[in-house]
Design a protein around this ligand. Structure first.
Ligand SMILES: Cc1cc2nc3c(=O)[nH]c(=O)nc-3n(C[C@H](O)[C@H](O)[C@H](O)COP(=O)(O)O)c2cc1C
Length: 330
């Protein structure tokens, strides 16, 4: 048995316990497909396929599957109940993904039970993103097959705890746990597996690859950044989001103004304020991904930038992780 043989690799039939996490707006089909083809598993982000790349969802899934060489792939289902229309559309996308052979679902925000009920009968596996035990218990009660522990170093909406503290909190729940956040290079991967994680979910590292369609300036900013250059801003989505400190961030700060704060916290206004931020951030991040202007755009990244030293092909990154895990023994 090697470090690469974990509950995750057995559940999904993949070679490495390595997930390329869903990234709005960075999960273009070529990136997702390349990670699956290399022996890990790429996760489709539905809004990226449809809104950023203008694909019909089913056609997009088929494209990823072809790029993956028919290897397993996943789909991200954001299950927050902020809008009924959105929830219905997500349910439709889950059904289409199932029909197209997707057997791995990553849920975040909200109660994952409806996704489990929809996909488990087909033999699919659901992992839920969590930042603390409270949400993990809810997810376990919802029937998920594994947890993704999103720590304080993660890109996207980071957690508040260290990788070790989170694993300790979640270890007794009887579910495999993946480490999300802080994995920039192969030694970090090995450390996470040795700590007891059943695998890792990485985002930032995969933006700095040839296959990712993000602007070159964004990729090079990830390579150049140090962990201290990552800050949390509320100004994009209304809740703390990890971004690179660019001239834009320096200029506008990282907190929302008094009116935004009032609307985001008010009992009656909270739902609408969040929906407004969600729509505006989708538009804004799509533009940021393609334009590469540090004075106007937000570039999301986690503290794992510390381990990223070059823009490389996905296969080279995955191969290095594989070799390091095998060299470090079982
Ligand atoms: C640019 C970017 C966009 C992200 N978008 C999403 C998303 O749409 N859905 C989601 O569940 N997680 C999202 N994440 C979180 C990642 O799936 C993953 O958990 C995280 O990137 C791990 O931390 P790392 O960036 O340090 O590797 C995003 C992360 C980044 C960097």
């Amino acid at each position: 048995m090697t470090l690469l043989d974990t509950a995750l690799t057995r559940q999904l039939g993949i070679e490495l316990p390595l997930v390329c996490g869903a990234m709005y707006p960075c999960s273009n089909p070529e990136l997702v497909g390349a990670v699956s083809r290399a022996g890990g598993i790429g996760v489709i982000q539905p809004l990226t396929l449809t809104y950023v790349h203008g694909l019909d969802f089913r056609a997009g899934v088929r494209r990823v599957r072809a790029l993956a060489g028919d290897r397993p792939m996943g789909m991200n289902a954001l299950i927050e109940q902020s809008s009924r229309v959105y929830r219905k559309r997500m349910a439709r996308w889950v059904d289409v993904a199932l029909e197209e052979g997707v057997r791995f679902f990553v849920t975040s925000l909200g109660n994952p039970r409806w996704v489990v009920d929809a996909v488990a009968p087909a033999g699919a596996v659901v992992y839920h993103d969590v930042t603390e035990r409270k949400w993990a218990l809810k997810a376990r009660d919802g029937g998920v097959h594994g947890l993704i522990a999103v720590n304080e170093r993660a890109g996207g909406h980071a957690g508040a705890k260290s990788a070790r503290a989170l694993l300790e909190e979640l270890a007794d729940l009887g579910l495999p746990v993946l480490c999300a956040g802080g994995i920039g290079d192969a030694p970090d991967f090995v450390v996470a597996l040795r700590m007891g994680y059943a695998g890792v979910q990485m985002g930032t590292r995969f933006i700095a690859t040839d296959e990712c369609a993000a602007h070159e300036a964004y990729k090079h900013a990830i390579v150049a950044a140090k962990a201290e250059d990552i800050v949390l801003t509320e100004r994009v989505t209304g809740v703390p989001l990890a971004v690179i400190r660019t001239p834009l961030v320096e200029r506008v700060g990282t907190t929302v103004g008094p009116l935004g704060r009032l609307l985001l916290r008010g009992r009656r206004t909270k739902r609408w304020a969040r929906a407004w931020y969600a729509v505006r951030s989708a538009w804004r991040l799509k533009r940021s991904n393609l334009r590469g202007d540090t004075t106007r755009d937000y570039w999301q990244a986690g503290k794992s930038v510390a381990g990223v030293s070059a823009v490389e092909p996905v296969a080279a990154v995955v191969a290095r992780f594989r070799v390091a895990a095998l060299a470090s023994g079982g």
